[in-house]
Design a protein around this ligand. Structure first.
Ligand code: ADP
Ligand code: ADP
Length: 223
């Protein structure tokens, strides 16, 4: 029951005439229901790895199987389709639509997925209740605290029923108390069966996951 299977993943960037190899034969496996932190210093290749896991980018070589599907064999449209279906993204900077209330931020992606209005708002309401924001649904992002904004973005990430929650430095813009509350939320969601992959440079954040994968100099080391 591997959710993620990577074998010998290589990724380079061209910089002028030079080539920078960021991932050097990375292999890893993440099972359904795991809560894994990918930990590494700045510049170690975490975001590059996250982009490949999240089907935002593809590797130069190596094998990536996501929930039984070979990702390498896919074109841009197919990649977008897999990404849409399988991945819920949570970002450091929340990436909410600033002019819209929390409820709309969560309902819009559901409407885009073709849900009817009533169903979309019902589901968005449930998701916001799930992340503890029943009394904040009609606030716009800037009327919410950082921790609350991140909860809205978690509700949005969950809206498509993703196989994986992929969180890139989700506590990076938060004070330590709100940060801990977000990690608590991930632990609770993981307890309910969600697979969570958290990318961070912060050991204290990574330690709260159930397993740590270290990235260093383009290689991974399991702990
Ligand atoms: P991290 O997320 O761990 O900070 P990144 O994956 O963002 O690491 O970057 C790893 C290395 O790859 C860095 O040296 C960075 O400058 C370089 N890099 C990342 N993205 C690109 C790109 N699109 N083009 C060229 N170099 C890049
Ligand atoms: P505004 O955000 O402009 O103050 P509303 O919060 O009333 O306006 O929402 C704008 C539109 O979003 C509504 O006209 C309605 O179509 C839709 N909407 C908001 N909440 C719900 C809901 N609970 N059920 C169905 N539609 C809703």
């Amino acid at each position: 029951n591997n959710m993620i299977y990577m074998r010998d993943i290589v990724k380079s960037y061209k910089i002028g005439k030079n080539k920078l190899t960021v991932l050097k034969e990375v292999s890893l496996e993440i099972k359904a229901g795991e809560f894994v932190a990918i930990l590494g210093p700045s510049g170690s290749g975490k975001s590059t790895l996250m982009n490949i896991i999240g089907c935002i980018d593809v590797a130069d070589s190596g094998e990536y199987i996501l929930k039984g599907e070979n990702i390498k064999a896919r074109n841009e449209d197919e990649l977008a389709h897999v990404r849409n279906r399988e991945i819920g993204f949570v970002f450091q900077k929340f990436n909410l639509l600033p002019k819209y209330k929390a409820i709309h931020n969560v309902a819009f992606p559901l409407l885009l997925r073709g849900l009817g209005k009533e169903q979309a708002y019902k589901k968005a309401t449930r998701l916001l209740e799930r992340v503890g924001l029943s009394d904040r649904m009609n606030h716009k992002p800037l009327e919410l605290s950082g921790g609350e904004q991140q909860r809205v973005s978690i509700a949005r990430a969950l809206s498509g029923g993703p196989s994986i929650l992929l969180a890139d430095e989700p506590t990076g813009s938060l004070d330590s108390k709100s940060g801990s509350e977000i990690i608590e939320m991930f632990l609770a969601l993981n307890h309910e069966g969600n697979t969570i992959v958290l990318i961070t440079h912060d050991l204290n954040v990574a330690k709260q996951a159930k397993r740590i994968i270290h990235v260093r100099d383009g290689k991974v080391l399991e702990q």
